[in-house]
Design a protein around this ligand. Structure first.
Ligand code: ADP
Ligand code: ZN
Length: 518
């Protein structure tokens, strides 16, 4: 048994490491700079706590979550580990106890809120007490791309340089931009050893379906899973109530849940869900944070989530017990419009909006995928999978595809020739040679692209356009009433330098597909 394994069982009381933990523990204990990306609940804290016990000196842990720091300190103390926290929530006695343990050289782990770093005395103190390593929890807080930027995190890089000690950074948020910023700011550009682990939830079946008749689709999905606990996520409060009613009318035990409800009523739904078997909660994203029910058997999205991260978190509430769980995510053009509008209308700075659009695009790409969804999802989180998973709708029934390059070129040229000033409906009118008043008034019936798209009907072209949105070849411009404009790799496709594969089913049958695996 290695020393790490001995500490794992003696101090932490665990029989074995979780996937990924051993490698991270060894690298951190060896004093290397480390960036570790693991999902929430993956067991990050052990990856800096255990090495702290293997190393000389004090490991300083920087975390923005005061309650979490206090919990960890309490748990460590109970396990007989000398740990303390310096936070704004401390009583004077607590702070004094921490300092005397430090002066006596007894402390192994010192937790600290990032605000502390603003004081010049802190760096001097950390040097004096023999800090031998820094661990940074929620490392994405150093990134402006991320969702909870903390300016004080920017001081960590300098602290590391001044102390000359190794740094280990941990986060559950892993997109490439955030990762780059973490490396630039915490490690000052010197690449740390990077670990990405544990994002796969192999027991969760993944499925998407174009939104056709959402109420019927969700009812069919729930019907096939009668008596099982499930969550239906909706984009609006009103929709949670109508869908909950519809499910109840069909004889399901269902309850709505959203942020507009009284706290008391919300708690009651939470308690019922925890206690009862087979309750369906129809909820906005307000539901979930406090839910810790291991046997949620399914999660359905009646509306498209706002990003690939949100999707992953929400489906991740299913099947925590490891037994098979099912998911279904509906998506349609209205969802895409709504999510784009929410991003554009938010008060976030422009870089943040651009990042949010990219996260939405990643989800649309997943929705329109033509091969194993899990591989694509894990690739987004940086985990490479060699084989198709065998547990997603696309592995169950690989969709027929076709070379859609020519169709995409037709759409792009219709968009270009009309000055990137019109929405999908008008573009489809031009392609299908439909002489509407608007087409006639603009003289668009005289364009060379007028009527060149007779191979598909209107629905077919709508489906091509939807997939183009998913591939980020075009985007509705909010400044111009949603007119379609070209972006990303569109030019390369137009010039014949890149090919595009499209799904045949959605183009041929457009929106009339049956519910996936109902
Ligand atoms: P994270 O910070 O990644 O969200 P935590 O560090 O809080 O996750 O760990 C999540 C849970 O997993 C905790 O209850 C922890 O005790 C448990 N855990 C961590 N490592 C192991 C292990 N090797 N074996 C069993 N349980 C573990
Ligand atoms: Zn698959």
């Amino acid at each position: 048994m290695s020393r790490a394994e001995a500490i794992l069982s003696d101090i932490f009381g665990f029989d074995s490491f979780r996937p990924g933990q051993r490698e991270i523990v060894e690298a951190v204990a060896a004093g290397r700079d480390v960036l570790a990306i693991m999902p929430t609940g993956g067991g990050k804290s052990l990856c800096y706590q255990l090495p702290a016990l293997m190393r000389e000196g004090v490991t300083v842990v920087i975390s923005p979550l005061i309650a979490l720091m206090r919990d960890q300190v309490r748990a460590l103390r109970e396990a007989g580990v000398e740990a303390g926290a310096l936070t704004s929530g401390n009583t004077e006695e607590e702070t004094e106890a921490v300092f005397s343990a430090l002066e006596a050289g007894r402390l192994k782990l010192l937790y600290m809120a990032p605000e502390r770093l603003a004081s010049t005395a802190t760096a001097a103190m950390l040097r004096r007490i023999g800090t031998s390593a820094i661990a940074v929890d929620e490392a994405h807080c150093v990134s402006q791309w991320g969702h909870d930027f903390r300016p004080d995190y920017l001081r960590i890089g300098e602290l590391r340089r001044r102390l000359g000690v190794p740094l280990a950074a941990f986060t559950a948020t892993a997109d490439a931009e955030t990762r780059q910023e973490i490396v630039a700011r915490l490690f000052e550009g010197r690449a740390p050893q990077t670990f990405i682990h544990g994002f796969d939830r192999p027991n969760i079946h993944l499925a998407f379906a174009p939104k056709d008749r959402p109420r019927a689709q969700i009812l069919a999905f729930a019907d096939a899973r009668r008596g099982q606990s499930g969550i239906v996520y909706c984009a609006t409060r009103a929709r949670t109530e109508t869908l909950a009613r519809a499910l109840t009318e069909e004889g399901h035990a269902a309850a709505a849940y959203h942020g507009g409800m009284e706290a008391e009523a919300r708690r009651e739904v939470e308690a019922r869900f925890q206690r009862e078997d087979g309750l369906i909660v129809v909820a906005t994203v307000a539901f979930g944070m406090g839910v810790d029910k291991p046997d949620i058997r399914w999660v359905a999205h009646a509306d498209l989530p706002k990003s690939i991260e949100a999707y992953y978190q929400e489906i991740g509430r299913a099947g925590r017990d490891g037994a098979p769980a099912e998911t279904l995510t509906l998506f349609g053009p209205d969802d895409i419009r709504l999510r784009r509008a929410q991003i554009d209308e938010s008060l976030a700075p422009p870089e943040r909006k651009a990042a949010d659009h990219m996260r939405l695009n990643a989800l649309l790409g997943l929705a329109e995928a033509v091969e194993c969804r899990r591989r694509r999802l894990l690739a987004y989180f940086g985990e490479a999978e060699a084989e198709p998973c065998g547990n997603c709708d696309l592995c169950d029934a690989p969709p027929a595809t076709f070379d859609g390059t020519e169709a995409v070129q037709k759409v792009l040229s219709a968009i270009l020739r009309t000055g990137q000033s019109f929405g999908a409906g008008h573009v489809v009118d031009i392609l299908t040679g439909t002489l509407t008043d608007k087409v006639a008034a603009r003289g668009h019936d005289r364009l060379p692209t007028f009527g060149v798209g007779r191979e598909f009907d209107r629905r077919g072209w709508q489906a091509v356009i939807r997939q183009m949105l998913g591939h980020d070849l075009i985007r509705p411009d909010p400044e111009r009433h949603g007119a379609l404009v070209m972006c990303g790799g569109a030019r390369a496709v137009l010039k014949g330098e890149a090919a595009i594969t499209l799904r045949r089913d959605s183009v041929a049958a457009a929106w009339r597909r049956p519910v996936a695996r109902a």
